[in-house]
Write a protein that binds this ligand. Structure first.
Ligand SMILES: [Fe+2]
Length: 241
């Protein structure tokens, strides 16, 4: 049986550049009709921040290393941890970061060096930052990347952008639970925020960024990048909470 640290590769796409310091790769999730994505950001020091890491084939890992030095591994919630131990075994010097509320779940798989509060800015210029959606209650936060064309916000399960799909799973999970058909804060995410009374910090985060008009790109944990009218989309999402 494969160990958690064995380099197991599932089908994935290309490392797609989104900005001069930002890339995204989408991959298949085993046993689930849902894609996942890894975001790679580069700090001003040339260090790579790997958000929601996906183990890639050797050609793409070599390509990754041409972009910069893998330095930070961000596990964005308690579930997106599958490939974290693989990366830590491959790059033992990686600094592992996760939201405070996800720490106990992430630590079941990989040692954690600190939370989003401990590593709020990953370079002195603040081009790559991490922010909780309320550290005490919400299990997620966002990766915030400043590029020449504006600000990108990367999420985990707090934002989906998956089109409607056929099949039973997508009828229930997508249409009935409101997880598909455009940028969505899923019902599961809403329920979690309801139970933990943690809606306000996430709503305020979206509102604040909507007001700055600096956001040019939303990168959901599952689904397509939102690059058209991103500031308006987050304003609508905030209003829906
Ligand atoms: Fe997810």
């Amino acid at each position: 049986m494969a160990e958690d640290t064995d380099w197991v590769v599932h089908p994935h796409g290309e490392l797609v550049p989104l900005a001069e310091n930002l890339w995204r790769v989408e991959g298949k999730l085993p046993n689930m009709d849902l894609e996942r994505c890894m975001v790679v950001a580069r700090t001003t020091a040339g260090e790579l921040v790997l958000h929601s890491a996906i183990a890639m084939d050797e050609a793409h890992m070599a390509e990754l290393e041409t972009l910069g030095t893998p330095k930070y591994l961000v596990v964005p919630n308690g579930w997106h941890r599958m490939d974290a131990p693989r990366y830590k075994a491959r790059y033992p010097g990686l600094v592992v970061i996760c939201p405070a509320k996800a720490r106990s779940m992430v630590e079941q798989k990989v040692p954690v060096d600190g939370t989003y509060d401990d590593y709020a800015s990953l370079d002195p210029e603040g081009t790559v930052r991490l922010e909780h959606f309320g550290a005490e209650k919400h299990m997620e936060g966002a990766l915030i990347v400043k590029s020449a064309d504006g600000v990108s916000l990367a999420f985990a399960d707090s934002l989906f952008n998956v089109p409607h799909r056929p099949g039973c799973f997508w009828f229930v999970y997508g249409r009935l639970l409101g997880s598909s058909g455009g940028p969505r804060i899923t019902l599961i995410s809403r329920m979690m925020m309801l139970f933990t009374r943690s809606k306000a910090p996430y709503r305020d985060f979206l509102k604040r960024w909507a007001e700055t008009r600096e956001v040019v790109r939303l990168i959901p944990g599952h689904g397509d990048v939102v690059s058209e009218g991103a500031a308006d989309v987050i304003a609508e999402l905030a209003a829906s909470l």
